[in-house]
Design a binder for this molecule. Structure first.
Ligand SMILES: *Cc1c(COP(=O)(O)O)cnc(C)c1O
Length: 813
């Protein structure tokens, strides 16, 4: 593989600079934070809308990386590494991947379509891996960046590839085709997803079909609007549920929770059973069936394997574990590529310093077993994993490749010994192939709570952070407010993610919030907005940075600082410029200056103020007056004390509305959590929190009967009522009851009837198909928190921060 990487690298059109000896290269990276970067890595410095990896090259060189693909060489790096200078590093990555792909010539299945790509890919991997060494895209890596990274993982031992390609607009597919060059094409369902990027359905179909330009065969659901666009040189291998002229005709009938597919393929005629009923799963299963038929599998093998298809879990989930553990659940797959991804995720999410990996045998790496476990061990070492628990016969045989490793022959043996493994205060990655049934391990380690959860999408948080970062001028720093438990979304988990994204500061309201972040291992500086004098000692002890807003507080802090012999302890000075909440008023500035002049116990890290009307353009004049006063007061303090601290005044809506007043730093709050008070901006943010629960009980009541306390709902006709275990003690405002509010059940609105109780509420589900145990949604993508806030005459901040701590938070990406 190494020779091939170097060869593919040397074939991209680039100017090569540097005289480092060529070590063997065995991996490609675009993530400067990965612990897996090292001397054998070639690093592509991608430039995004919001970020530029060139910035981290110096650090990477210090960590041993010696080969870089760049658009320019950062100052004083030149002598220390090899640089391939190109015009565009993303294009170079794609060319590199295409070069690399061209060095292999085994069958490659390329998949595209609006839905189902990842599921079909995972199922095909499951169905074909008994006979092939499969390489496939990890997770849903199907983008302009994901595809090259997937293809680069091919090695000599593989003999079948399965890669997915996703596009959202015109002219993207050509590039992906170059890289994947599929020999077998699958077009999954063409839905309406991503339609905004295309002028018409025809354009969307034509664009997607470009993936198959050089394929030998195309598998698709027969449909006239597609037929006309297919290149006649490609063999069309179509299926249909209603058109007998398709190559394969399928009829279906459902029994219990299964579907029987009756298959007619030329002269052949047979039945198979699959363990699903929903339409999407049936279509996806037929796509897989088509590949098996194309590969000439016999009916019995097809039946035996397809009967075992399973639901695919595509997300990495972070859950609260027992004994202060946090667990990352990736219990559905185990291959080398996805292990690398999961370990990067572990690093970004580790909430406890100690890191444990529970790992099953690894399948389908394409490497000889011995070499594979040597590589796994390298990966484990570079990620600084404290303990490895291996489960399976093969990994047990290679136990000696790992340090601090215990192994078990199978999951049952692990379960028997569970009590002796002393899990506590650690982050545990659970990563295993499906056949190992690691869900049993997840079950043992997971903290048990009731069924209501607030799901937090960590990717959406990263996305929103980058969105606001892109509005900042170069060098402007960012403080993120994580007060009130990250606006109700989870304090430590979000702080960890923000630390990973290298934000400059975190802000909390009270000292105890900051202390719990510090105890959780957060190292980013933390400013405390509202330090009480009684908490000063604790603030100093935990290296938190107080905001000082009045003379009394200043004197108290200086006194303690002096007693403790502090030198240059970081503090922040806040001016009141019109909010009239906290801050030094203008007329105290001389005394403030006197108190600080020549004082070396403290150091002013920043000067700040807070705006009262940054979200309300009607009060523009007031806002500008606040900024002008801030400018005046802060300038005076700086010149009198001869200091140059950071200055900052903007919150989220300030960032959007007052781009000229960013000063040295901004303080992002609600925007991170996906909420904006500007309708246009709201569309550009991603939803972060989704509050979900389940149906506990369903009953039908007759006309004239009532529901709940005080009989405030009386049915006018027979009415189906569902009870949901979430109430005002969970943070659902009582005002949302009695017919104003609703929950979503399978896309339908179910209005809340009667008064909301402490722990429960009841909804009208007449006409909605649902059953006990079904999932329901209170807020998320639809309805949004902002929508509910408006109806309740309040603001989204209040809705988010009211969700009580007894509601379990589940983090995922
Ligand atoms: C909460 C807070 C912010 C963040 O405000 P958002 O409107 O949520 O962006 C900024 N600065 C101070 C002083 C705050 O209290």
């Amino acid at each position: 593989m190494s020779q091939k990487i170097l060869n593919s690298l040397q074939r991209i059109p680039a100017k090569c600079i540097g005289n480092q000896e060529n070590v063997t290269l065995d991996s490609v990276s675009i993530d400067s934070r990965s612990l897996q970067n090292g001397p054998h890595t070639v690093f592509f410095a991608l430039i995004g809308v919001h970020s530029d990896a060139h910035f981290y090259i110096k650090d990477l060189i210090d960590n041993g990386v010696q080969n870089f693909v760049v658009t320019h060489i950062p100052d004083d790096c030149k002598e220390n590494a090899n640089f391939y200078v190109v015009e565009n590093t993303l294009t170079a990555l794609q060319q590199f991947a295409a070069n690399y792909r061209s060095l292999f010539d085994f069958p490659i299945i390329g998949l595209t379509g609006s839905n189902g790509k990842t599921i079909v890919k995972e199922w095909l991997n499951f169905l074909l891996s008994p006979d092939y060494n499969v390489i496939r895209s990890p997770k849903s890596y199907n983008s302009q960046i994901g595809v090259p990274l997937s293809v680069i993982a091919i090695n000599e031992k593989h003999n079948l590839g399965i890669f997915e390609a996703g596009i959202s607009t015109r002219s993207e597919m050509d590039k992906l085709e170059e890289i994947i060059k599929p020999t077998i094409g699958i077009l999954t369902n063409i839905g309406t997803a991503h339609d905004e990027g295309f002028a018409s359905i025809a354009e969307k179909i034509t664009e997607k079909l470009k993936l198959f330009e050089h394929a030998q065969v195309l598998i698709y659901n027969k449909n006239e609007s597609i037929d006309t666009f297919i290149n006649p040189e490609i063999k069309a291998f179509s299926w249909s549920l209603n058109d007998k002229s398709a190559s394969v005709f399928v009829s279906k009938k459902s029994i219990l929770d299964k579907t029987i597919l009756n298959i007619q393929f030329g002269q052949d005629h047979f039945e198979i059973k699959i363990p699903f009923q929903d339409e999407a799963s049936v279509e996806n299963a037929i796509s897989c069936l088509m590949v098996l038929l194309y590969f000439e599998y016999d009916a019995i093998t097809i039946q035996n394997r397809m009967e075992l298809l399973y639901p695919v879990e595509m997300r990495l989930k972070v859950k609260n574990g027992i004994n202060n553990c946090s667990i990352i659940d990736d219990s559905y797959s185990s291959d080398f590529q996805s292990l690398k991804i999961a370990l990067d995720f572990l690093e970004s999410q580790k909430q406890y310093k100690k890191k444990t990996v529970i790992l099953s045998d690894i399948f389908q790496s394409g490497l000889a077993t011995e070499a594979l476990y040597a590589k796994v061990s390298e990966l484990i070492i570079s990620n600084k994993i404290d303990r490895v628990i291996g489960i399976g016969q093969t990994i047990s045989a290679f136990k000696n490749k790992f340090t601090n490793c215990i192994t078990f022959e199978n999951t049952a043996a692990f379960v028997t010994d569970f009590e002796n493994l002393d899990f506590g205060n650690e982050t545990i990655l659970i990563k295993g192939a499906r056949s190992f049934q690691f869900e049993e391990i997840v079950y043992l380690l997971e903290e048990k709570t009731h069924e209501t959860v607030l799901e937090i999408n960590l990717n959406a948080i990263s996305y929103n952070l980058n969105f606001f970062k892109s509005k900042l001028k170069p060098k402007v720093k960012i403080m993120v407010m994580v007060k009130a438990f990250g606006y109700g979304n989870g304090g430590l988990e979000i702080a960890k993610l923000l630390e990973y994204h290298k934000v400059d500061y975190l802000g909390v309201a009270f000292a105890d919030e900051g202390i719990s972040l510090k105890n959780g291992g957060i190292q980013v500086p933390i400013m405390v907005l509202n330090p009480e004098n009684t908490s000063f000692s604790a603030i100093i002890q935990h290296q938190l940075e107080p905001e000082i807003y009045c003379l009394k507080g200043l004197y108290a802090f200086l006194k303690i600082a002096k007693q403790k012999n502090l030198e240059h302890f970081p503090i922040h000075i806040k001016f009141d410029t019109g909010m009239h909440r906290l801050g030094f008023e203008g007329n105290t500035i001389d005394e403030l200056i006197d108190a600080l002049k020549g004082n070396t116990t403290v150091q002013i890290k920043s000067i700040l103020s807070h705006m009262a009307t940054s979200d309300d353009l009607e009060h523009m004049d007031f806002a500008h007056a606040q900024i002008a006063l801030f400018e005046k007061l802060s300038s005076k303090l700086m010149s009198e004390l001869q200091i140059k601290p950071l200055r900052h005044i903007l919150n989220t809506s300030g960032i959007s509305n007052f781009p000229d007043s960013q000063y040295d730093m901004v303080r992002l709050g609600i925007g991170l959590y996906g909420v904006s008070n500007d309708a246009e901006e709201q569309k550009q943010l991603e939803n972060v929190g989704t509050l979900k629960s389940v149906i506990s009980q369903i009953r039908t009541i007759a006309a004239g009967e009532s529901v709940g306390y005080g009989r405030r709902f009386v049915a006018e006709k027979p009415t189906k009522i569902a009870t949901i275990p979430i109430g005002y003690a969970d943070g659902i405002s009582r005002g949302w009851g009695n017919g104003l509010g609703f929950v979503m059940i399978k896309g339908a609105k179910a209005y809340i009837v009667g008064s909301i109780c402490m722990d429960m509420l009841m909804v009208d589900v007449t006409g909605i198909e649902c059953k006990e145990g079904d999932s329901i949604l209170i807020f998320g993508e639809n309805p949004t928190v902002s929508f509910i806030a408006e109806k309740l005459n309040t603001i989204p901040y209040e809705i988010l921060t009211s969700i009580s701590q007894r509601v379990k938070r589940v983090f995922y990406r």
